[in-house]
Each structure stands twice: as structure tokens, then as C-alpha cells.
Ligand binder design. Structure first.
Ligand SMILES: [Zn+2]
Length: 94
């Protein structure tokens, strides 16, 4: 999946997912362990953990986090190549 997408960095911690009150698990989001660099898909149905074991996702228990703390998890959003825009930001000209 990553071959067809670029990843846009959104920020660190649960607030970067755009969901108030916790981690917003949804398709197209990825969490990166700052310790080992592993990208974890934000699939709420799957169990996963990273290479170094500090970041983990337990779907059955509904738990997700890092032993280093939430701010040590970087949040990314997958952006398909074809939707990527290189045009400059639109601005009104009067
Ligand atoms: Zn790790």
C-alpha cells in the first residue's frame, strides 16, 4: 500500500488524528514509532506491534500506545500519488 501513497505528517499524539478524546483509528492513517521507525496502519481490527516493541495495538482490548508516551508516536496520513497537488495555493486576484 505504501508504494502507491505518500505519507503526510500530521503531528504527534492522539490529537493529530483529528479525533477528540483519543486515537482516531481509521483507514488511511499510519502511526510511526519514533524509536524504530515502523509505520503501523491505523486498522482498528488488527493486532500489531512495532519492531522494537514499544508501540503496540491490541484490537481486542481496544488499546493503542507507546511505552515512550503518546507524543513519541507520529501520525501520518496516506495521500495517493494521483491526488497530490503541486499547484501553488489558490489566491484571489483583484
Ligand atoms: Zn518501535
Amino acid at each position: 500500500m505504501l508504494e502507491n501513497n505518500d505519507l503526510e505528517y500530521l503531528g504527534n499524539g492522539p490529537a493529530a488524528t483529528g479525533t477528540s478524546g483519543g486515537w482516531g483509528m481509521r483507514q488511511g492513517l499510519y502511526f510511526k514509532c519514533t524509536s524504530c521507525g515502523y509505520f503501523m496502519p491505523a486498522d482498528p481490527q488488527a493486532y500489531d506491534d512495532c519492531f522494537c516493541g514499544r508501540m503496540y495495538k491490541d484490537a481486542d482490548a481496544g488499546r493503542f500506545g507507546s511505552s515512550l508516551g503518546d507524543t513519541e508516536i507520529e501520525v501520518y496520513r496516506a495521500v495517493p500519488h494521483q491526488q497530490r497537488s503541486h499547484r501553488p495555493a489558490h489566491r484571489d486576484e483583484h
